[in-house]
Design a protein around this ligand. Sequence first.
Ligand SMILES: Nc1ncnc2c1ncn2[C@@H]1O[C@H](COP(=O)(O)OP(=O)(O)OP(=O)(O)O)[C@@H](O)[C@H]1O
Length: 600
Amino acid sequence: MKTNRKSAEFQPNRVLSYFKAEWRALLIVTVSGLIYNIGLLTEPWFEGTMTGYLVEILKGTGQFSGMLMLVISFAVVTAVVQVSRYVKRFYVRRFANNVNRRMKETLYGSLVKKSRASLREEGEGNIMTKAILDVDDCVEGMRKFTTEIFDTGVALTAYLCMLLWYDWRLTILCMLFPPISYVTAEKMKKVIQKAGAAYKEQSGRLSTATLDRAENAMTYRVFGLEKKRQAVYEENLTSYEKAAVKANIWNAAMPPIYRIISMAGVFFILYFGQKNVLGTGWQAWSIASFTTFLVCFVKLSVKSSSAAKLFNAVHKAQVSWNRIKPLLPQEEENKTDEVKVKKTPVEALKVKHLSFTYPDGKKILDDISFSAKKGQIIGITGAVACGKSTLGKAFLCEYPYEGHITVDGAELQNMEQSVRTGIVGYLGHDPELFNDSVENNVLLGDSKNSDTYLNAACIKQEVAEMTDGKNTLIGSGGTYLSGGQAKRLAFARTLCHDKPILILDDPFSALDKNTEKQAFVNLQALAKDSIVLLISHRLYLFPEMDGVIWMENGKAVTGTHEELLKIVPEYKSLYTSQVHTAENGGAEHDAQKTSENGDL
Ligand SMILES: Nc1ncnc2c1ncn2[C@@H]1O[C@H](COP(=O)(O)OP(=O)(O)OP(=O)(O)O)[C@@H](O)[C@H]1O
């Protein structure tokens, strides 16, 4: 309960929330920061007093033991200052690391929930840049802000008080300059932000171009487009370099300028300070007072130029924050609920007047209705691009649909994601395998026996023949596997994580007829308590289905295989031609080895 309340309070799209969440680290930073800065303040005093004492010793009026005491005290204070500095830096770093981790986790959580379509729209490279570079820049801004609050804010106030105490008129005169450096920094804000935004934009484009080249390298080579792509890539690279140089120039050029402006008051100190020492100025000063004042002012100027520099870091962080903010949810989601998939048995599925339109306005499904019961396998087929996959994806609820998809009376799109995940299993065209072993790709952390599912997907024998059997690493996206192997492995994974409703989009497209038949028998056995919607162009198995959906122009005709043969001429001719071709020993897709399961 406590965690829930805490999570609800945390708002990932608010910067302040990250500071609040790290209050412990910030408290330590505050305490150590105060000690550090107060300790630092004593330095000009020590330096001034020691200079004054040295003059007295040289004159013969000062004692060496007095000087020794001063040196020892200075050493002790310096040690305390350095320890506090170390503690402060350690906790500022810890604060930054925690915020970085939390932001990246939240962003990752939000990105993985986005539909693949919307991720593609944005560009994978741009998303990667946001997830890595922007978060880093944002946190760097927060870290600098936290550090400078103490290194600058506290120190500036204290130095100022000290200067006023020595000579308030000279202080006012000298203090005209640091605000000028702040104003300059503020004025430069737009230029720096613009350069930073352009750099981020280019960085995202370059990542997208790099991914595009890597992913489609084969296509570009085969179609002789490599040179053209190279030119596009180099264009991107040049724009990126230009943007990076511009952003860096602005970032690097400004701090020295801020420092020079802040330091301009030194001229007044040299002029009016010597007058004070000679007794003709506003105050009567000793050499020690003059040195203390000068050292104090130099330190103050350096600090104020860091404050101006801080503005730049914050401006840069703002650019990054504005890019990632829309991707961060308003409230932190309850992570424990999220991973707890609620597996619910399903007796009946009803699809009523289902229509679906993609965000670009293209209506693909138009008033589709059908129903299915537990244990049934429904075949879905139709002309190319008639919306079969879209019908399957409607069950994932990535986009809202019109009409109803009800599971035992409950509307699918109104369910919590965790409930829906426990109900709908999906195998799309893309096997989506990850860079791990065969077994881990199937089990996804479960402790079942993967052999059952590898066998059911008719790939067990091939896996056994691999170098490390089930432990063989398959490379990123399953690159070390053939297309057919990748599809069957993904099929094994879907069977392993059986769900009450299984959407299988062309799962057998890379199988020969015999293997396909065997895989279908295995599917019937393993999914006997599920409702399976099997999308396919190949109709050999359709006579064995409990129902068939023929799709055309967004509409659906439903019935049994026999009924559809009678009422849909296109279905009949497609089925007859396929069976006829097969009987005549027609061409098959990738010839696979005979199923290890049967003698078909
Ligand atoms: N994300 C999307 N945004 C907009 N339109 C899309 C999207 N995905 C698919 N479409 C369009 O929807 C239509 C149906 O596509 P879908 O993939 O559902 O057809 P299909 O029947 O499965 O095709 P195939 O037989 O080739 O597998 C196509 O015209 C396609 O261009």
